[in-house]
Design a binder for this molecule. Structure first.
Ligand SMILES: Cc1cc2nc3c(=O)[nH]c(=O)nc-3n(C[C@H](O)[C@H](O)[C@H](O)COP(=O)(O)O)c2cc1C
Length: 400
């Protein structure tokens, strides 16, 4: 089998330079990339750069190499088309089926999955014309990545920034691996919690846990690549924001609860992958707790935190909402998992067996997903992404 064929469409935004990094990531990971820039894109980054980095000739219009009929062939042969950055103009053209250059022709002839990574000023992004064009493209099966919030072209900042190239690459990799042109979570809002909460003792100390957040981030990235609008409630992770995901940073269990409850109000699914502290110190010392000469330290009294998973499962603000919990067990994994599933009232419980190879922070995981309907789905030891895909398969079945 040859290398997967990717078309990288680049339209004329200031973020065109970031597409060079995306191109590198794609070629270095074994993809055959054909860059199709617009004429405006070449005003930002020249053809020599695209050609040298991709190893292919570069053209903006349909009149070069006409004997090879590139306006049809490039799209037909592609396994994935990704447009990054996608200008407001390009989204409008794609939504309306215009075909006045090589990239727009390619978008009409491609029958593979298509990803758009828009980047523009906030006003352009929020304009009803752009929003309707995005909705049209999503309805037709394209994955349109929500822009990031941050510094824009000038001194201003807001929503409209191109997500980091490494994160766009992650979306492309997942979309390409699935190979479907109708993402199954399109039009859905999903909430994922990730990381570990920290319960402060005083301004410098906290009670925490070893959760890295990697499993929750894998769930968020995977859901975005499957077309969902994703809210990621992230507790103390320090990981890069996944492309197209709305990240809500939190610290404590109480903050996590508030953020999850708020986001869950209109969510189709809530996946609680965060390690939420069961207990917190009863009192918080506003000044650093000092050693007292010759005296034992004061004991720390703990009180219970709210059980967010049980609360969300019981609440279900939206009919048909699917709730997924995570549980780490050391022994009698399935029996303990089943009991926990009943106690919490969720639809699915991902039971991790905690062991030597399965430590917090690892890139791999192994689990059994228990269903309230009695189902049991084993996910063998492998990347956290594979477990994430299985969780969304099971969620999508229940949403359907
Ligand atoms: C300095 C500069 C920066 C621009 N940045 C953007 C941008 O980030 N997003 C956007 O939608 N348009 C941007 N534009 C406007 C587009 O270049 C313009 O709409 C152009 O017609 C897009 O053509 P294309 O979609 O064929 O590439 C920018 C223009 C200039 C001069």
């Amino acid at each position: 089998m040859g290398k997967p064929k990717v078309v990288l469409g680049v339209s004329g935004g200031i973020a065109a330079y970031k597409a060079c990094e995306l191109l590198r990531r794609l070629t270095e990971s074994g993809h055959d990339v054909r860059v199709v820039p617009t004429a405006s894109a070449l005003r930002f980054v020249g053809a020599a750069t695209w050609s040298a980095l991709s190893g292919h000739p570069v053209s903006t219009e349909v009149w070069s190499d006409v004997h090879e009929v590139p306006h049809v062939r490039i799209g037909q042969q592609a396994d994935l088309v990704v447009v990054a950055p996608a200008t407001a103009d390009m989204l409008a053209k794609a939504a309306h089926g215009l075909a006045d250059d090589l990239l727009t022709n390619t978008l009409l002839t491609a029958r593979c999955p298509v990803v758009f990574a828009p980047a523009m000023h906030t006003e352009m992004w929020e304009h009803p014309a752009t929003q309707e064009n995005v909705a049209t493209l999503r309805r037709r099966g394209a994955v349109v990545i929500e822009p990031a919030v941050g510094r824009l072209t000038g001194a201003d900042s807001g929503k409209g920034r191109l997500p980091e190239p490494g994160e766009i690459f992650e979306v492309c990799r997942r979309v390409l691996a699935r190979g479907v042109t109708a993402p199954d979570l399109a039009g859905r809002h999903v909430v994922v919690s990730a990381g570990g909460t920290r319960e402060p003792l005083d301004p410098v100390r906290f009670l925490g846990n070893r959760s890295s957040g990697k499993q929750g981030y894998a769930l968020a990235r995977t859901a975005a690549a499957r077309g969902a609008r994703v809210t990621l409630v992230a507790a103390n992770t320090g990981l890069p924001d996944p492309a197209g995901v709305d990240v809500v940073p939190v610290g404590t269990a109480a903050q996590l609860r508030e953020a999850v409850v708020e986001a869950a109000a209109d969510a189709d699914a809530v996946v609680m992958a965060a390690a939420v502290a069961d207990f917190r110190p009863e009192t918080y010392a506003t000044g650093k707790i000092k050693k007292k000469e010759g005296a034992d330290p004061d004991p720390v009294v703990l009180v219970r935190n709210p059980d967010v998973l049980a609360e969300i499962s019981a609440g279900r603000p939206r009919p048909g909402q699917v709730v997924v919990g995570f549980a780490a067990e050391t022994d009698d994994v399935l029996a303990n998992g089943r009991a926990k599933l009943r106690r919490k009232g969720c639809d699915l419980l991902v039971v991790n067996e905690v062991g030597e190879r399965k430590t917090f922070g690892s890139e791999q995981n192994e689990a059994v997903v228990l269903g309230a309907d009695g189902s049991e789905t084993s996910v063998p030891f492998g990347p956290k992404e594979a477990l994430a895909e299985t969780v969304w398969d099971l969620v999508a079945e229940r949403l359907a």
